[in-house]
Design a protein around this ligand. Structure first.
Ligand code: COA
Length: 358
C-alpha cells in the first residue's frame, strides 16, 4: 500500500480566517476534514476556512465533508475529448465555450484549492449514492458570478460522473440511446438557465444528480424517476405534452422498469407539479394538453410543500424568470395570462401530487 501523507490545507492566503468563518461548538483551532486529492495522499481541510473562502455557510461544507468522507472521486474526461462529450450531452455552443474556458486544468489559476476540494468531494458525494433516487444536492449553491469555475463547478462534477453512470446503465442492460438522451438533459438545463439569467441553476444542480446516479430515465416525452413506491413522472421542456406522446412514454416505462430493474416493483405512476393544480381548469380549455394530462391523475389531498413556493415555480416554468414583476411579464399565451391574473387577484398556485395505476 502506498504511504499516506497527512498534510494541512490552509488556503491560498495562509491560515488567516476569511470573513464569515464560523466556529462550531467544541471546535478547536478549526474544524478539520480530510480528503484524498490523489491516491495515497490525504490532505486536512479547515472546514470553516473553506466555507469562508467559498462564500457559503459552513454547515453546507460540513455536509459535503460528512457525505463524501474520503470516498472515491472520479476523474474528469480528458480535455481533448470534452467538446465531443459536451456535444453528445446537448450542451449548446455558448455554454460549451464557457465550460471549456473554465476547465479545471491542474495549473489553472481559476481553480483555487477550495474549489478543487469542493469539486473532488462533490463528485465523491454523488458517486457514493450511485443507484440512489432521492433528491441530492451535490453541494452548496455557489456565488456563480465569481467566474467560470464557480459557475460550472457542478457541471464538471457531472462530466466526471458520465462514465460512472454509463457503466451503471450498462450493468442494467440499458440501451445507449436511453443513456444518451437521459444525460443530455444537462444541455437542456444549461440553456434554460441561460434564458433565466442564471436564476435556475440552484435547483438544476440538485436535479441533475438524479441523472448522474441512474435515478431518472428519459423515455420518449417524459422523464421517469425510480424509487419509493411509484415511478415519478417529470415533464421536460421539449414541445407540447400531447396525450399520444404521454401514452407512448408510459408504455415505454411499463416495459423498461421490469426489464432493467426486475427487483423493483412500481404499481403506480406519480407526479408532483404545478401542472396538477386543478385551479388551472378554470382558465385552460378542456382540450388543452395540461388539462388532459391532469385528468389522468387521482389527486392527493393538498399539503403545502416544504421549501417550495408554487407561485415562484409557475414563474419558473411558464416565464423562465423568478424575479420579474408581474406587470412586466409577457401575456402571450392563455396560460401566461391565467397565471398573472390569478396572482394579481390575490390568488395562489398550488403544487399538487397525484398518481394513477401502472
Ligand atoms: C408542460 C408543457 C409542455 C405543456 O405545454 P402544452 O402542451 O403546450 O400545454 P397546453 O396545450 O395545455 O397549453 C395551453 C395553453 O398554455 C400555453 N402554455 C403551456 N405551457 C406553457 C408554458 N410553459 N409557458 C407559456 N405558455 C404555456 C400554451 O401555449 C397554450 O396557450 P395558447 O393556446 O394561448 O397558445 C409546457 O408547459 C412546458 O414545456 N413546461 C415546462 C416544463 C414543466 O413545466 N415541467 C413540469 C415541472 S413540475
Amino acid at each position: 500500500m502506498s504511504k499516506r501523507l497527512v498534510g494541512r490545507y490552509v488556503g491560498a492566503a495562509g491560515a488567516v480566517k476569511g470573513p464569515g468563518a464560523v466556529k462550531g461548538p467544541g471546535a478547536g483551532p478549526g474544524r478539520w476534514g480530510r480528503y484524498p486529492p490523489a491516491a495515497g495522499r490525504v490532505v486536512r481541510v479547515d472546514l470553516d476556512d473553506t466555507a469562508a473562502r467559498l462564500g457559503v455557510p459552513v454547515e453546507d461544507v460540513e455536509r459535503v465533508h460528512r457525505l463524501a468522507g474520503d470516498r472515491p472521486s472520479a476523474p474528469l474526461p480528458a480535455k481533448a475529448d470534452a467538446p465531443a462529450i459536451l456535444d453528445r450531452l446537448a450542451v449548446r455552443p455558448e455554454d460549451a465555450a464557457e465550460i471549456m474556458a473554465g476547465w479545471p486544468d491542474p495549473d489553472s489559476a481559476l481553480w483555487t484549492a477550495e474549489l478543487r476540494w469542493l469539486l473532488d468531494r462533490s463528485i465523491a458525494l454523488v458517486r457514493a449514492d450511485l443507484g440512489g433516487h432521492d433528491w441530492l444536492p451535490p453541494g452548496p449553491a455557489l456565488p456563480r458570478e465569481r467566474g467560470p469555475a464557480w459557475r460550472h463547478l457542478y457541471v464538471y462534477a457531472y462530466l466526471a460522473l458520465v462514465d460512472v453512470v454509463t457503466g451503471y446503465h450498462r450493468d442494467h442492460g440499458i440501451a445507449d440511446a436511453v443513456t444518451r438522451v437521459t444525460l443530455a438533459d444537462l444541455g437542456r438545463n444549461l440553456a434554460i438557465d441561460r434564458r433565466m439569467r442564471r436564476e435556475g441553476w440552484p435547483v438544476m444542480q440538485s436535479w441533475l444528480t438524479l441523472h448522474a446516479r441512474g435515478g431518472v430515465y428519459e423515455l420518449g416525452r417524459l422523464q421517469h424517476q425510480r424509487g419509493g413506491t411509484d415511478i415519478g413522472l417529470h415533464i421536460p421542456e421539449s414541445g407540447p405534452l400531447t396525450p399520444a406522446a404521454v401514452a407512448a412514454s408510459l408504455d415505454e416505462a411499463r416495459a423498461f422498469f421490469p426489464r432493467h430493474f426486475p427487483d423493483e416493483h412500481y404499481p403506480a405512476f406519480s407526479c408532483g407539479s404545478w401542472l396538477l393544480d386543478p385551479q388551472l381548469l378554470e382558465y385552460l380549455p378542456a382540450d388543452s394538453n395540461i388539462v388532459r394530462f391532469q385528468r389522468r391523475f387521482e389527486l392527493e389531498p393538498y399539503q403545502e410543500p416544504e421549501g417550495l413556493d408554487c407561485d415562484v415555480e409557475v414563474l419558473r416554468f411558464a416565464f423562465r424568470t423568478l424575479t420579474t414583476p408581474l406587470d412586466q411579464l409577457p401575456r402571450r399565451t392563455v396560460l401566461q395570462r391565467a397565471i398573472v391574473d390569478h396572482l394579481k387577484a390575490g390568488g395562489h398556485w398550488h403544487w399538487r401530487r397525484g398518481h394513477f395505476p401502472v
